[in-house]
Write a protein that binds this ligand. Sequence first.
Ligand code: ADP
Ligand code: MG
Length: 629
Amino acid sequence: MPVINLLPKSVSELIAAGEVVERPASVVKETVENSIDAGSHRITVEIKNGGVGYIRIADDGCGIENDQVPLAFLRHATSKISSADDLDGIETLGFRGEALAAISGVAKIEMFTKPHDKETGTHYIIEGGKEVLFEETGCPDGTTIIIRDIFYNTPARMKFLKKDSTEGTAIQSVVERIALSHPEISFKFIREGKLVFSTTGDGKLSNTIYSVLGREIHSTLIPVSGSSDYVSVSGFACKPVYCRASRAFQFVFLNGRLVLSKTVTAAAEQAYKDSNMVGKFPVFVLFVTVPPKTVDINVHPAKTEVRFVDERKIFTAVYYAIKNAVSTLDTRPEITIKPKTDNFFKMTAEKYRQTGLNINEEPKPEQREIKRETSVLKEDNIPFFLRKDVLDYKEKKENENSDLKTEDEVSSKPPVVEAAESRETDKRNEQEENISAEYNPEKEVRLIGEAFSVYIIVEQGNQIYLIDKHAAHERILYNDFKKNNKIETQPLLVPFSVTLTEAEHTAATNNTDILAHAGFEIEDFGGTNIIVRSIPACLDKLDVGEAVVSAISTLTFGGDVSTKEIDDIYHTVACKAAIKAGFITERAEMLSLAEKVLSDPDVMYCPHGRPVAYAISKSQLDKYFGRIQ
Ligand code: ADP
Ligand code: MG
């Protein structure tokens, strides 16, 4: 029969330490939060050996009174609450009074601390939970805490630490997040002797983002703000084209505290749904404020996932705040034309004439020739209702309509007996509406040409569009694959073999059904070889070896096969099958591509998230050329 023992204090403290002190990054988080709670304006974080060897946090906060210092290292010693009532509506970061006790149990701590109104401060050393030194000393206002040799007395835990560089990166991400959540505090982060970033502490989130995340990310952000009921949301989010391949740049602060919330993330990502790409994630720094009572904050200190009393309200507030910011941009990006030189605009008509170019001069005979030729080629001189394609369309519609009496039509209309003639007229009107909807001259796309074998140039309504032909085609193919949820296949007359790596071979032979779904029929061919029997119908046979390997390597890196991996394969095939920049494309093909791009709002961005088309408006050009002011 096992005997139940009450654990000695030293053991129970080590267990508790395990909960608070998971790794150096959690030590940094706890101690920096203490500095914030102490009302600091400047906080410096310095680490060496990934924080495992050395962490120094220096602040200019309130400091600790001499006689209170040893108390700070006792369990459940805290200056932040004194009764159970205080637990409601708590606003400081730490309140459990566990962190310093826990850290001092598994590391060597040295502290210098001095309240502003005192002449002298305290120098205190505690190692493995045992006080080593406690003396008065001269030191600056505030607190400096140095933590050395984390887990030096618990070798088993030490083994779980990752490489110094990994631990250092985890710390950096903690300090970044804390700095972002406190634009009013100036943070300095020094890693292995190098200053990584320092923030001004001027209270402006935009400046903090610039210092912490860098100029590049900063330049992609737009402000977000909104509120509904008791939820208010503010911060910054990226323009859709700048969504990234990972969620590394998503920050959610709830009542000033860094949290993870599936609800907030989902709401933010949903707001980008139609304007970014699968596998791409928005960048955002969001501050969500709610009354403290509507959130479950009293969770484990090392866990940051929060729960809200009403998740729906939070979702709605975040979704609309971002959607409103993003949707104002949700059009094709416009190119702004800047005059090359100011002279161009400043030139007077008189001066212009003096330059020797004379616009009144009659065109030279050969110029006139060319002009006439182009105007003959132009189709827009023919009234659209006489154009062959319109007539064909009308005819087709008429044929369709003559045997049109689907069940739907019969059942969905109220059973009113109508004169045959009036029904006929109705039908005709409907038909004409359809035609004019389809042939709205404003919507008509006219091919101007192609530049650099990369960009298709078309005109529609009052806009000229520059379309990246590869990106556009890739997106269209990808959308098709997604819609059909498979890729049509074509058998090869002569199957071929491919040699793979061990990992690729395992992934391929374990997932033949998924590959078949994506149009690749393969068989194990012994060793690390496979035989490819059929390939996606849209692929050019020349590219196919490479395409097979790319598709398979998606599976290798993906681990478990999920929709994401299948999407990745669709993407790979779309990329390989799409017309390539730099190759010649038929005019008809260009036109049809452009029509697709401009009529389908789903073709805004290529699967890599790059824009597919840019617009230049006629009014911009008119302004540029001084036709309008
Ligand atoms: P908690 O933060 O949950 O109160 P800690 O163990 O982290 O518990 O800290 C214990 C106490 O030590 C705090 O309540 C605070 O009074 C004091 N303290 C810790 N760090 C600082 C600091 N940097 N400046 C001033 N006081 C501090
Ligand atoms: Mg604390």
